[in-house]
Write a protein that binds this ligand. Structure first.
Ligand SMILES: Nc1ncnc2c1ncn2[C@@H]1O[C@H](COP(=O)(O)OP(=O)(O)OP(=O)(O)O)[C@@H](O)[C@H]1O
Length: 236
């Protein structure tokens, strides 16, 4: 059981093959505009590649020939959830209703959907927020709720696009710990700029540059710094 995806999207400069093993979290890194989000969009079914093929758990998600013809499974039928940077919760629903929305939409009764929502809210330490509206949440709380909503849909593959990008430095580590817990043994792809995410969350890494797989960046070199090397002190 795994994801195998190959796709070319000329208008995004993307030409890539990716494999995610069962139970593995893959961290995708690379500079701005490299094609990281486009890769997630192709996997989620939101962006149609010119050509390519993807198989999730033995099921073909798309198989498009050189002329872009072939099989294309629409996004809602893929068993994949994409968690964007912006939590995008429904503002008029309570937190509990937001999380129960996926199970309800897929036919679960009111009671079971509510139970499942409460279980996932507990898993992300957000039980106390169940009655609030999204407008009453902090950024970190909203991200936790969005994660619960994504997990309540019980996806085969979870895609996360820079899940900590909008969080401050104090909130991000707690959410990273929580994410490490819920992603354990789960097939997931996490786009991130932060080496700490790669270390904490992922069993495998893929660096993209100009839409193509690139060798990993040198380990633990900060992206920014004085340029003199003064930011990296040798251990004594
Ligand atoms: N909606 C869009 N329409 C057209 N081109 C786009 C769109 N989104 C991204 N692109 C282009 O596709 C290329 C890949 O962008 P993408 O957003 O996938 O990169 P990224 O690695 O996720 O970047 P970032 O780290 O800045 O989010 C870039 O050249 C970008 O300008």
């Amino acid at each position: 059981m795994s994801l195998e995806l190959t796709a070319r999207v000329a208008r995004r400069g993307l030409d890539l093959s990716v494999t995610v093993a069962e139970g593995q979290t893959l961290a995708v890194t690379g500079p701005n505009g490299a094609g990281k989000s486009s890769l997630l969009e192709v996997a989620a079914g939101l962006l149609v590649p010119d050509t390519g093929r993807a198989v999730l758990d033995g099921r073909v998600l798309f198989d498009l020939d050189a002329r872009g013809r072939g099989r294309w499974v629409p996004a809602p039928e893929r068993g994949i959830v994409l968690l964007a940077q912006d939590p995008l919760l429904f503002p008029h629903l309570s937190v509990l209703e937001n999380v129960a929305f996926g199970p309800r939409a897929r036919g679960a009764g009111r009671g079971p959907a509510r139970e499942r929502a409460l279980r996932w809210l507990a898993a992300v330490d957000a039980t106390g927020l169940a009655r609030r509206r999204p407008g009453e949440l902090s950024g970190g709380q909203a991200q936790r709720v969005a994660l619960a909503r994504a997990l309540a849909a019980e996806p085969r593959l979870l895609l996360l696009d820079e899940p900590f990008a909008s969080l401050d430095a104090e909130t991000a580590p707690a959410l990273r710990r929580l994410l490490a817990r819920v992603l354990a043994d789960r097939m997931a792809v996490v786009v991130t700029h932060d080496p700490a995410d790669v270390a904490a969350l992922a069993g495998a890494g893929l660096r993209i540059e100009h839409g193509r797989a690139a060798p990993p960046a040198r380990d633990h070199q900060p992206d920014r710094g004085s340029g003199t090397g003064a930011a990296v002190r040798p251990a004594r």
